[in-house]
Design a protein around this ligand. Structure first.
Ligand code: SF4
Length: 85
């Protein structure tokens, strides 16, 4: 079984540039308020969104994270809680 990761979106600090939704459109889409959403992500009380992803979906979301100009997309290893980006 592959590794699991937690995909995190610090949505309050998203500037709505659209890059994530271009590089990883299976996981990211733009919302009516101009910010992006993790497709199927769970909202947190602080406004962040989170979703567990499999190893096969890591690369696309890592690319989304590196494309984000304000670095509000994060990836954490589920087991170790280690922050990757
Ligand atoms: S790349 Fe970053 S700032 Fe741009 S829409 Fe996605 S999360 Fe928001």
């Amino acid at each position: 079984m592959g590794k699991k990761y937690i995909l995190q979106h610090d949505r309050p600090n998203c500037i709505g540039c659209g890059a994530c939704a271009v590089v990883a459109n299976k996981f990211w889409q733009m919302a009516d308020d101009g910010k992006s959403d993790i497709i199927g992500g769970s909202p947190k009380p602080n406004g962040w969104q989170e979703m567990e992803i499999d190893e096969k979906d890591y690369e696309a979301n890592h690319e989304a994270a590196t494309s984000c100009p304000v670095e509000v997309i994060h990836l954490v290893e589920k087991d170790t809680k280690k922050k990757i980006i």
